[in-house]
Design a protein around this ligand. Structure first.
Ligand SMILES: Cc1cc2nc3c(=O)[nH]c(=O)nc-3n(C[C@H](O)[C@H](O)[C@H](O)COP(=O)(O)O)c2cc1C
Length: 213
């Protein structure tokens, strides 16, 4: 049986040449996201979101990227959850896209802001009905005495909303992470990985540098 703690994968030879990296890191991200999808990376839009709460305590969890544009990286969650409360107290955040299967990761640092309520309404309306009801049933991150209690709430809500659209709960919605830096990491042989980092200047322009592995 192989020991998962002592594996030494030698990453592929696929380079990240300076000339291959697009001038706009958002466009470069889109390209890598589509490469990850085409390579059948499982949940290519899954990203690990780190937050720091009001007492300075960090925490991380996975969320799904739902949109990406010049404004930033958008995801949806419960505003009263552990992450939601942390982001309201301290909007500084970091994201990791861990595309291990293709020897790549993208690291983002930025500031998270709630999106407009109308945009959250629009997205909520596209969600499967079961997910919409779950958003009402779950006070995300709060303790609950049993699974049965949660399922009972779902049954009650199904009855309450029968025959009509499920409205968005007021504490459920989107955040957009406005990027301050974006790093593209490509695994290379003998740990001589390629790292290209973009940092946003005060002017809004992106400055680009290569980092040592
Ligand atoms: C693949 C995957 C995708 C997830 N996507 C989301 C998401 O988009 N939004 C969300 O609130 N939680 C998502 N979760 C659950 C979170 O990781 C987390 O358990 C939950 O949001 C509560 O986090 P918190 O207590 O730190 O606020 C996802 C989990 C996994 C494993």
């Amino acid at each position: 049986m192989s020991d998962p703690l002592s594996q030494h994968t030698d990453y592929g030879q696929m380079p990240l040449n300076d000339s291959d990296v697009l001038a706009d890191p958002i466009e470069q991200f889109r390209l890598w996201l589509s490469n990850a999808s085409d390579s059948h990376v499982y949940e290519p839009n899954a990203m690990v979101l780190s937050t720091v709460d009001a007492s300075g305590s960090p925490s991380s969890r996975t969320v799904l990227l739902r949109a990406i544009d010049a404004a930033g990286f958008e995801f949806f969650t419960n505003y009263s959850s552990i992450k939601g409360r942390a982001l309201v107290a301290n909007p500084a955040t970091a994201l990791v896209f861990p595309w291990y299967a293709i020897h790549r990761q993208v690291l983002v640092q930025g500031v998270a802001r709630p999106i407009a309520a109308a945009l959250s309404d629009e997205y909520f309306a596209t969600r499967p009905r079961g997910s919409q009801i779950a958003a009402h049933a779950s006070e995300q991150s709060q303790p609950i005495a049993s699974r049965a209690l949660l399922e009972q709430r779902v049954t009650e809500l199904e009855a309450e909303f029968e025959g009509r659209d499920v409205p968005r709960p007021s504490d459920w919605g989107g955040f957009v992470v406005e990027p301050r830096s974006i790093e593209f990491w490509q695994g290379r042989s003998s740990r001589l990985h390629d790292r290209v980092r973009f940092v946003r200047a005060e002017s809004g322009a992106w400055e680009r540098m290569r980092l040592q592995p």
